[in-house]
Design a protein around this ligand. Structure first.
Ligand code: ITT
Length: 201
């Protein structure tokens, strides 16, 4: 089964490719099917934004399309940056996580709780739409650690592991992350759709 992955984020691409590796799925990127579409994330929820991305690329390609909208919710900041995680400060990932660390200066460890949220949308050319969500709980560090992953991973501590998300191997992150949890829920559904389409690759 051919599935289009509606994202421009290279970290997400890498992770979805690994997360769906066990399925008979060819995961295609927009540029591989000749598409360069920028979808404006005008939704007010992760689900709306994930659906916007998946619907737009599905309509343009005629292929089943998967998109994820994700973000980091920090309790001491009333859930910010949340939906605006990718856009909350101009610049690259390091600028954004340093902005977050500054906003949390003086906040004690026990009040630095946070979670990553990932809402995955799968849209089929016949109009069917599916949403699945994954969460990963943790805490914001005071300094960045680790080189793996992307985005806010260097400042997201998994207290039970004593390491940040960026200090995990790709395999470890793909066992416990918000995206991995959304993928775990999506996989049985994808298997069913693959069966329905006659096991076609
Ligand atoms: P696409 O819309 O093209 O998929 P994006 O980066 O704009 O890419 P989002 O709108 O979903 O994606 O923003 C999610 C942001 O949340 C992302 O840019 C990171 O800053 C952060 N984020 C999401 N998942 C993450 C992860 O696994 N690790 C660290 N940060 C993550």
């Amino acid at each position: 089964m051919r599935i289009l992955l509606a994202t421009h984020n290279r970290g997400k691409r890498r992770e979805w490719q690994a997360l769906l590796r066990a399925l008979p799925v060819d995961l295609l990127l927009p540029e591989e099917v000749g598409l360069a579409i920028e979808v404006e994330e005008t939704g007010t929820t992760y689900a709306e934004n994930a659906l916007l991305k998946a619907r737009t690329l599905c309509a343009a390609s005629g292929l089943p399309t998967l998109a994820d909208d994700s973000g980091l919710e920090v309790d001491a900041l009333d859930g910010a940056p949340g939906l605006r995680s990718a856009r909350c400060a101009p610049g690259d990932d390091a600028v954004r996580y340093r902005t977050l660390l500054r906003a949390l200066e003086g906040v004690p460890d026990e009040a630095r709780t946070a979670r990553f949220r990932c809402t995955a949308a799968l849209v089929l050319p016949d109009g069917r739409e599916f949403l699945r969500e994954g969460l990963c709980e943790g805490r914001i560090t005071t300094t960045p650690h680790g080189e793996g992953g992307f985005g806010y991973d260097p400042v997201f501590l998994l207290p039970e592991l004593g390491r940040t998300m960026a200090e995990l191997s790709a395999e470890e992150k793909n066992r416990i992350s918000h995206r991995a949890r959304a993928a775990q829920q999506l996989i049985p559904l994808l298997r069913e759709l693959i069966r329905e389409s006659g096991g076609e690759r």
